[in-house]
Ligand binder design. Sequence first.
Ligand code: FE
Length: 134
Amino acid sequence: MTRETIHTDEEWARILTPEEYRVLRDAGTEPPFTGEYVDLDAHGIYRCRACGNALFDSKTKYHSGSGWPSFWEPITPDAVEEVTDVSHGMKRTEIRCGKCGSHLGHVFEDGPQPTGTRYCTNSISLDFHENAAE
Ligand code: FE
């Protein structure tokens, strides 16, 4: 999937709330255990809150104990883009929406099987659609 420049920064600032903009467009992080989807177990699809791109199926969501919604696999291989992040004195791998480039969270290699991967996301980066097919 080719990255699309969907909106300018000025347009995103109008479309998103200030807190959505801070996380999605400025790589912020919501405080742990505060997001609306941390404990959600309903079946459905999690989409990008900025552009609506399908990101994760609830079938891959699990309780990581981290305080952020955690998934062990994106809904498709190119739904999520991985970028090396060296901010805050750490080397981490940032995850972004594969369509609009908005910040979702980070990915770690301490997840459950079958992948062993933890896609650690901000609730505010996601938009849950219950029982929605892709
Ligand atoms: Fe997006």
